[in-house]
Design a protein. Sequence first.
Length: 140
Amino acid sequence: MSTIKKESFVSEEQLRYATWLSWGARSGLLILVLSFLAYVLGWLPARIPLEQMPNMWNLSSHEYLHQTGAPTGWQWLSLVGQGDFAGLLGIAWMSGCSLLCLLVVMPIYSRRRDWVFVVLCVIALLVQLLAASGILTAGH
């Protein structure tokens, strides 16, 4: 049985994007693990004590916010030093990794004068930033 070997070609921008995305995902996972350990082991103070959390699991989001006084939107950043909110930093980091990846491939496209891809990257960045800003909300 003969095996046909296909050559694979990975472009410079694909490799750079993948490298940065891999780094971002791994560092985000590390932030999640460390923040979880800090919360569970009591290294960081908790806004809601760990033993009270099971009582909150059956609440609607509206009721949870009312009973706990938890912030909404980007206000969680002010509480990142508390164990139960520290994990949000890892989630935010991982969700923002694609922004960084787009920024690092744009110089490659610019150098090649591939303006269509530069514009597409800019549009993608603007859409993601607009979505993250919280300006566009529905039903709130």
